[in-house]
Design a protein around this ligand. Structure first.
Ligand code: GDP
Ligand code: MN
Length: 396
């Protein structure tokens, strides 16, 4: 589950990670109050108004702006709240901004220039260990750094059973070129960040930029946190941070109905039982010259009600030009699924896209007959390849 920047920073702060302070606001008036509060707390006279949406690259899209007075806070917040923010990470139509974070300006001048670093904590699936990835090249896309100057990205692997060791935190501070107070602060920062990552059951932390201020403090200016959704039962307070306005509405609805649905960019809707078969089906669609429009696992009990719910979800995606149903009748009998499809089809009145149904397993032949004799515009298949050929046929 993804969080807003302000929520991610709350979690970091609760584990002692130094953050750029801020107060969230839903209206320009609230933004001014937030700024006043922030000045009382931190003494700051300049502010950064930051759009709160689940997407990075906000600065590039005009969603992060510096305000040098309360009047500017008000007018900038007025511009950003309600805007459709388009960044390299949002869908092309952008994301609507419902709230802004009014943050203290931390790029103030002083004895040295402020410097931006990159740091993330994540799981290295290949080694089964946690990993801190960091770079001196902060503030820009880490993908660009990885492409152009891969030698400027460092990795520190941490054995989860032992936890982070002092020498590892010091190595990170050293590789970032720090000394003196900034070095000490970075060591503390890394420890607190790693603790926050493990204790919050997160699967990703990305702090870009981590800032060395002109007076040598180390703070998190931005924060992306992805929580492990399966661990949310242990963190009721984090679970309450969910903002479903930021999520794909079809995926939200599928979740409520107990269906495993992931939205994809293609044109062939898939309805499959079992995740493995669903993956194989998506491969097959690609081989047939199509692109899967979704991943959908309807699970073991593919009865009429579930099949209808699944059809409804798939058809909400306007890009769908054909639907491939690929069900293996192991626990569930194929004829029951076929009946479910026929019933769902009749219930829904008409479905405007061609449907290819491949049912294999117990009573597959009876199922095929049921579909063929239903009089509906449904193509049946028993073999996997046969289904693929039919997908190709209806797409061309
Ligand atoms: P992102 O664009 O979504 O990654 O949002 P960030 O929180 O990383 O902010 C984008 C950029 O805004 C940063 O890289 C900084 O250059 C700038 N920025 C953020 N906070 C401040 C601040 O306190 N003062 C100034 N002057 N710039 C800031
Ligand atoms: Mn950032």
């Amino acid at each position: 589950m993804n969080l807003h920047e302000y929520q991610a920073k709350q979690i970091l702060n609760s584990f002692g990670v130094n953050i750029q302070r801020g107060v969230v606001a839903k209206t320009p008036e609230e933004a001014v109050e937030a700024a006043k509060e922030l000045t009382k707390e931190t003494g700051t006279e300049w502010y950064v108004v930051k759009a709160q949406v689940h997407a990075g690259g906000r600065g590039k899209g005009g969603g992060v702006k510096l305000a040098k007075s309360l009047d500017e806070v008000k007018s900038i917040a007025g511009d950003i709240i309600g805007m459709n923010l388009v960044t390299p990470q949002t869908p092309p139509e952008g994301k609507k901004v419902h709230q802004v974070l009014i943050a203290e300006d931390v790029y103030y001048p002083g004895e040295s220039e402020p410097e931006e670093y990159y740091m993330s904590v994540l799981l290295n699936r290949a080694t089964g260990r946690n990993m801190i990835m960091y770079s001196t090249e902060g503030g820009m896309d880490i993908e660009t750094v990885a492409e152009e100057t891969p030698d400027k990205i460092f990795y520190e692997e941490i054995d989860p059973a032992v936890g982070i060791q002092g020498f590892q935190a010091r190595k990170i501070a050293f590789n970032l070129g720090l000394s003196g107070n900034a070095f000490k602060e970075m060591v503390r920062f890394v420890f607190a960040l790693y603790t926050a990552y493990t204790e919050s059951d997160s699967s990703l932390f990305e702090i870009n930029p981590v800032l060395k201020t002109s007076d040598n403090k180390i703070i998190a200016v931005d924060a992306k946190v992805t929580l492990d959704a399966t661990a949310l039962y242990r963190h009721k307070d984090y679970a309450a941070m969910r903002d479903i306005r930021e999520e794909n509405p079809i995926e939200v609805e599928a979740g409520e109905k107990g269906l495993n649905y992931v939205d994809l960019d293609g044109n062939v809707g898939c309805m499959v039982n079992g995740a493995g078969l669903a993956m194989a089906t998506m491969d097959l669609i690609k081989q047939a010259g199509g692109e899967p429009a979704n991943f959908l696992d309807v699970g073991g009990t593919a009865d009429a009600e579930r099949v209808e719910a699944a059809f409804n979800l798939i058809l909400k995606d306007p890009n769908v030009k054909a639907i491939l149903v690929n069900i293996f009748g192991g626990i569930v009998r194929c004829d029951r699924v076929a009946q479910g499809i026929v019933d769902a089809y009749k219930n829904m009145g008409s479905i405007d896209v061609p449907i290819i149904v491949r049912l294999q397993g117990t009573n597959a032949d009876i199922a095929k007959k049921l579909i063929d004799e239903s009089g509906l515009d449904v193509h049946s298949a028993i073999e996997f390849q046969e289904a693929a050929d039919k997908v190709q046929e209806v797409l061309s």
